[in-house]
Write a protein that binds this ligand. Structure first.
Ligand code: SAM
Length: 281
């Protein structure tokens, strides 16, 4: 085995997805640097791997980095793993990879499972261009700000989400992207209760609120990019529309703003429908 830092992907649920090369690298490395040593022990036991394991995350102290550098300097090899999937993808390892590169050591990927790519591959949404957004902020205001900044994106958007927040996040997505935008919930992939559900954002909100089982386990939410021909509303126009809708019926407010701006009445009306929970009046 060549010396260097190996960035090793591990399964996201089904141990059958562990690659032969990942097993060999973990078996032959001098040290395995793991996000959570107890969690990784289960995988190592399953594959009868006895390599020494140390804890590593991006807030580990200098001693952890020194131990890894010492091993690499002596011509050894270190395998970095996270709890599941590809290290560094919403997981620790960025600091270590930079540190190893800056020390002149080789950094070698051992590719494998990644929840974002697995979900995208089975989503039925366009895969030619996509944007990985990781986890959204937990607080609604910050979450909406992030989503509103993505309103005009025409590429497919990929989010990781915690089960207890999925319903609230889908509702925020309805506010930002409109109820009709196509999306996918990919839950518990490669495991017993794997569910890949495609529908409009409104349908997905309904799906998770009707069945609390859909709010359990691990999940990825993928949202189609802005459809061609749909223009995101400029913030000033949106503010005017919302204000008018507090004085007039929604159809009338949409018609007035359409007259003044040349935008389509339907687009303005749909915006009001999608955002009606936010609009007092
Ligand atoms: N590094 C990992 C990867 O390559 O996918 C991701 C780590 S991140 C801390 C964990 C998140 O990934 C979960 O909260 C969930 O959003 C997603 N995830 C991981 N495993 C999953 C699975 N089996 N099904 C659906 N989503 C999963």
């Amino acid at each position: 085995m060549y010396s260097g830092l190996y960035v090793v992907a591990t399964p996201i649920g089904n141990f059958g997805d562990m690659s032969q090369r990942a097993v060999e690298v973990l078996q032959n490395a001098d040290i395995i640097a793991a996000e959570d040593t107890r969690h990784t022990q289960r995988l190592l036991q399953f594959f009868s791997i006895n390599t020494p394991v140390m804890a590593y995350h991006d807030h580990s102290d200098e001693r952890a980095l020194q131990r890894i550098s010492g091993c690499l300097s002596a011509g050894g090899s270190v395998a970095l793993v996270s709890d599941a999937g590809t290290p560094l993808i919403s997981d620790p390892g960025y600091r270590l990879v930079r540190h190893a590169q800056e020390g002149g050591f080789a950094v070698r990927p051992v590719p494998g499972a990644c929840a974002a790519i697995a979900a995208l591959s089975a989503s039925g949404l366009p895969t030619d261009r996509f944007l990985f957004e990781g986890f959204l902020p937990a607080r609604e205001g910050a979450r909406l700000n992030r989503l509103n900044a993505l309103r005009s994106e025409s590429v497919t958007l990929i989010f990781y989400e915690a089960p207890h927040r999925v319903e609230a996040s889908l509702q925020s997505m309805v506010k930002a992207f409109g109820a009709a935008r196509e999306a996918v919930l990919a839950r518990e992939m490669t495991k017993l209760y794997e569910t890949i559900r495609r529908g409009s954002l409104a349908e997905l909100v309904q799906f998770v609120s009707d069945d609390s089982d859909q709010q359990r386990g691990e999940m990825v939410v993928i949202v189609a990019g802005k459809p061609k021909g749909e223009h995101a509303l400029d913030a000033d126009v949106a503010a005017l529309l919302v204000r008018l809708s507090q004085e007039l019926p929604a159809k009338r407010a949409a018609a007035v703003v359409a007259d003044c701006t040349g935008l389509r009445k339907k687009q303005l009306y749909d915006y009001l429908l999608a955002n009606k929970q936010n609009i007092g009046g």
